[in-house]
Design a binder for this molecule. Structure first.
Ligand code: PMP
Length: 346
């Protein structure tokens, strides 16, 4: 490829931050060599696994807490409650620790043991609940809302609190714009709350308008078992199938997703996502989780559709170590009829 990366690859110097919160965001944008070479495009991954809590959700946590403080909704020493697949709970707990708050984290018990252990390690008051669909009152989101209401605590409400997407709009999107000198043809991203996808889409749209250029194509990357692919393609939210990926897939249009400029969608199955997870690890030295695999697989599909010479950006949401007991465990993989990568197949 002919892209000149000299202005975007090495800053060489990073200003000191006042506290831990200043280390959230400002992540590298990494050219993914294999994916780029295979497609003749430049495919970049935003290294969100490098945030202090290890995922893209640190940004949402900081944005939600900062917004609550500004609204006077979080008194000194207050308590933040949230229902989460894990990463938001980790981000909220670390930000709460740094700002002198406490956290109560409600999580479905099906999430990885690594996230459960990490939440306990960092001091979250962790409440595991059985996995239930959103319409069931026992669903983790509803449990967290009730705990907040009953205790008079702050409910972070990441799905419908648009401080989440506004955080991405003003940080993630602007970083991508600067790191690419405003040359992005497409952006692909999976959805849990929709904060990342919608916030980056809106922020890239803001930046494109301000510079008089056209905005990149925005493409949802959706796992099996999520309703959003059908929603984008045919306004039909019905769900089929399932996925071993965590933190993504959605069966309703959250407030964060409302009116987001999303142009298209790709549905990615677990084998295709895992192929990217393993390739990124063994060929490029990048350890990422399943949602990153879905994002990169979607970026490759979009690159093939657009043709050589285009630039596609996606998100590397979190790190592989968070899923050692699942995505990198031969027994787990065989139990799901998924291929075991050769270096683990012993
Ligand atoms: N990937 C992972 C690993 C996550 O934990 C999440 C959030 N649950 C996402 C992607 C999706 O991010 P968002 O909530 O911004 O849609």
């Amino acid at each position: 490829m002919t892209t000149d990366l000299s202005s975007t690859s090495h800053y060489g110097w990073v200003a000191p931050s006042r506290d831990m919160l200043g280390s959230i965001g400002g992540t590298p944008l990494i050219r993914l060599t294999r994916a780029s070479e295979e497609t003749g495009c430049d495919i970049f991954g935003k290294a969100e696994f490098m945030n202090p809590g290890g995922s893209v959700k640190d940004r949402a946590a900081l944005a939600i807490i900062t917004d609550a403080e500004a609204r006077g909704a979080l008194p000194p020493g207050g308590v933040i409650v949230e229902g989460t697949a894990g990463n938001t709970g980790i981000g909220l707990t670390l930000v709460a620790n740094a700002r002198g708050y406490k956290s109560i984290i409600v999580m479905p018990e099906t999430q990885s043991q690594e996230k459960i252990d990490f939440l306990r390690m960092i001091g979250a008051d962790l409440r595991l609940v059985p996995a239930k669909p959103f319409k069931d009152p026992g669903n983790y989101v509803h449990v967290s809302r009730r705990i907040a209401e009953e205790g008079g605590y702050l409910w972070a409400n990441q799905f419908d609190n648009v401080a989440n997407r506004e955080g991405h709009r003003h940080t993630t999107a602007q970083e991508i714009w600067r790191q690419t000198d405003g040359r992005v043809d497409a952006f692909t991203c999976a959805c849990g709350t929709g904060g990342t996808l919608a916030g980056v889409a809106l922020g890239l749209d803001d930046a494109a308008k301000a510079s008089g250029s056209s905005r990149p194509q925005i493409v949802l990357a959706d796992p099996e078992g999520s309703g959003l692919f059908g929603w984008i393609k045919s306004n039909d939210l019905s769900v089929s199938g399932s996925s071993i990926t965590e933190g993504i897939g959605q069966s309703r249009v959250t407030a964060n997703l409302e009116n987001a400029p999303i142009d298209d969608a790709e549905r990615i199955g677990d084998p295709e996502a895992l192929e990217q997870v393993y390739s990124l690890l063994i060929n490029e030295g990048l350890s990422v989780g399943g949602s990153s695999g879905i994002n990169v697989a979607a970026a490759i599909r979009v690159a093939r559709r657009l043709g050589p010479g285009h630039r596609i950006v996606t998100i590397l949401c979190d790190g592989g170590a968070r899923y050692q007991s699942k995505l990198f465990n031969p027994t787990f993989l065989r139990g799901k009829n998924l291929p075991v990568p050769y270096w683990l197949d012993k």
